[in-house]
Design a protein around this ligand. Structure first.
Ligand code: CU
Length: 315
């Protein structure tokens, strides 16, 4: 099927998504949230018509539009890389998006070991961070960034950490998980080719958490990785702190559209008690409805709708 990746309220197509949401992040950093909403709407509107939905999901390529992710040999305990620009030289100027110039996400190829960290940029263009690679395995590292003067990009590269490998089966789909003493519940099921609302609800000791803390300009960050190729979707909530309608929990709602049927691993980063926690879920898009499938509130988007029929998974 066509690779169609849309996020209602944000944009169509991953590149457009990053542009739109990162644009919001920049604006929100300076506080005028209302303009952020306009950014969203504008990006969404243009995305409907400019064909960007045909772009590949992010993270599948090590080099795209002239930019290349290059791991750099680093001392033990450190992970380092550069982004080579169209002129072949390391990029040293980046736009801030969601409070950071660089977001580095890693998982093993089996979708275990997820970490989302923020490296430091050296003047020569080398990014360094205490290694997020937690042990042996075949890892995928995603660099999510916007070079100054360029478009947002997510590049991916494989990294092998030698040692005894233990393949971890993908956890079964579930609608509830626990992390660091929090229980996080997922409602909603992604449907390929159309918009789905995903709501994650956080509780602690049986009580709803109503004082989530903004983390990188939002009450939650959701990354979705597709099983099989680790196509990368970086999704953001429907609403931002301080916009007058978005509450600090217990629920954080995302609007997402996955590019195809299949299994995805969702990683929700949220901050509470001064710490960032990551809740993980396996979801199956395009699975038979379980009686709990939300009804889209708007007409199905063009381009791929005919193939996203619930009940026809293509695993
Ligand atoms: Cu980040």
């Amino acid at each position: 099927m066509r690779t169609v990746t849309r996020l209602a309220g944000f944009a169509v197509g991953l590149a457009a998504v990053f542009g739109a949401t990162y644009g919001v992040g920049r604006v929100v950093d300076r506080a005028p949230v209302v303009e952020g909403r306009h950014d969203n709407d504008a990006a969404h509107a243009t995305g409907e018509h400019d064909g960007t939905a045909d772009r590949l999901p992010g993270g599948l390529l090590v080099s795209e539009r002239g930019y290349t992710l290059e791991p750099v040999t680093a001392p033990a305990g450190e992970f380092a890389f550069r982004i080579a620009g169209p002129d072949g030289r390391p990029v040293t100027r980046y736009d801030v998006a969601h409070d950071k110039q660089m977001h580095l996400i890693v998982t093993r190829r089996d979708l275990s070991g997820f970490r989302h960290v923020h490296p430091e940029l050296a003047p020569d263009g080398t990014w360094r961070v205490a290694t997020p690679l937690a042990g042996p395995g075949q890892w995928r590292a995603f660099a999510d960034f916007t070079p100054t003067g360029g478009e947002p990009l997510t590049l991916g590269v494989d990294v092998t950490v030698p040692g005894e490998l233990t393949e971890r089966p993908l956890p079964a789909p579930a609608t509830s998980t626990t992390v660091d003493g929090y229980t996080v519940t997922l409602t909603g099921t992604p449907q390929p080719g159309r918009t789905s609302s995903l709501t994650l609800t956080v509780s602690q000791d049986g009580q709803p958490v109503t004082d989530l803390e903004p983390y990188l300009g939002a009450y939650g960050h959701l990354v979705a990785l597709r099983r099989g190729d680790l196509a990368y979707l970086h999704v953001h909530p429907d609403g931002t702190p301080g916009d007058g309608r978005t509450r600090p929990g217990p629920a954080v709602t995302f609007l997402a559209e996955v590019p195809s049927a299949g299994s995805y691993r969702l990683y929700l980063d949220f901050q509470h008690g001064g710490r960032v926690h990551t809740a993980e879920f396996t979801v199956v898009a395009g699975a038979a409805p379980t009686g709990d499938v939300p009804t889209p509130s708007e007409p199905a988007p063009t381009g791929g709708t005919d193939h996203g029929t619930p009940g026809h998974g293509h695993n």
